[in-house]
Write a new protein. Structure first.
Length: 207
C-alpha cells in the first residue's frame, strides 16, 4: 500500500460513563455519530474511493464509525476481530471502578504485562494486529483505511515505521475520537507520518 489512514472510533458510551473499555462492547454517543460524519466528510475531500479499502474492528463503536464513514465514501468495508482494542479479560463489561480493583500489578518487561486476568499483553495485541496487516492482499498503489481503537492505533504506527520492539513500551501517541492519522511513503521512499491525531475537522463540534 502507498498510504495508511488511521481513524479512532467516535466518542463511545464508556468514555463518558464509568465503564471499562477494551473488549467491553459499547456504542457511539450522539456526539460520536456526529464526529464520524465530520470525519467521513473530511476523508471524502482528499481520498479517492477508487483504490481504497476500509477495514474496521468488529466492536460496535468502531463498526458504527466505519458504517457512517463508508456510507459517505460510497464504499463497503470489512470488519475483523483482529483490530479490536486490548483484550481486557475479566474486566470486560465491568465499570472502570470495578476493573481497577482487579487490575494486576505491572511486571517487566511491560510488553508482556497482562493488565487484567484472562486478558492479553501488548505483545499479544501487537502480534495479532501485525498478522492482520500481513494477511491483507493490497496492491502497492492502494490506500488502506482502518477504523479501530487507541491501543491498536499506537501499534499500527509502530508497525508502519518499523520501529524496534524496545520502542513499544517507551513511545506512545495520543488519539482522540474520530481523529485522522495519515501515514505514507515520501518521495525518497521513506515511511512517513504526514498527520498524527488530526482533529481540525471536528473544530465546529468543539465550539
Amino acid at each position: 500500500m502507498n498510504e495508511l489512514i488511521l481513524i479512532r472510533h467516535g466518542q463511545a458510551e464508556h468514555l463518558i460513563n464509568d465503564i471499562s473499555g477494551g473488549w467491553t462492547d459499547t456504542k457511539l454517543t450522539e456526539l460520536g455519530k456526529k464526529q464520524a460524519r465530520f470525519a467521513g466528510s473530511r476523508l471524502k475531500e482528499f481520498l479517492d474511493s477508487k483504490g481504497l479499502k476500509i477495514y474496521s474492528s468488529d466492536l460496535s463503536r468502531a463498526l458504527e464509525t466505519a458504517e457512517i464513514i463508508s456510507s459517505i465514501m460510497y464504499i463497503e468495508f470489512s470488519s475483523s476481530k483482529d483490530l479490536r482494542e486490548l483484550n481486557t479479560g475479566k474486566a470486560i463489561n465491568l465499570t472502570q471502578t470495578e476493573a481497577d480493583r482487579i487490575r494486576q500489578p505491572m511486571t517487566e518487561p511491560l510488553l508482556d504485562w497482562i493488565p487484567y486476568p484472562e486478558g492479553e499483553s501488548w505483545r499479544m495485541m501487537h502480534t495479532r494486529i501485525k498478522k492482520f496487516m500481513e494477511s491483507l492482499d493490497i496492491d502497492e498503489s492502494e490506500t488502506v483505511l482502518l477504523v479501530t481503537h487507541g491501543g491498536p492505533l499506537i501499534v499500527l504506527v509502530h508497525i508502519w515505521l518499523e520501529l524496534p520492539e524496545e520502542f513499544f513500551s517507551k513511545v506512545s501517541y495520543q488519539f482522540d475520537p474520530c481523529s485522522i492519522t495519515r501515514l505514507g511513503i515520501n518521495k525518497h521512499g521513506e515511511k512517513t507520518i504526514y498527520n498524527l491525531n488530526d482533529t481540525a475537522h471536528l473544530t465546529k463540534l468543539m465550539q
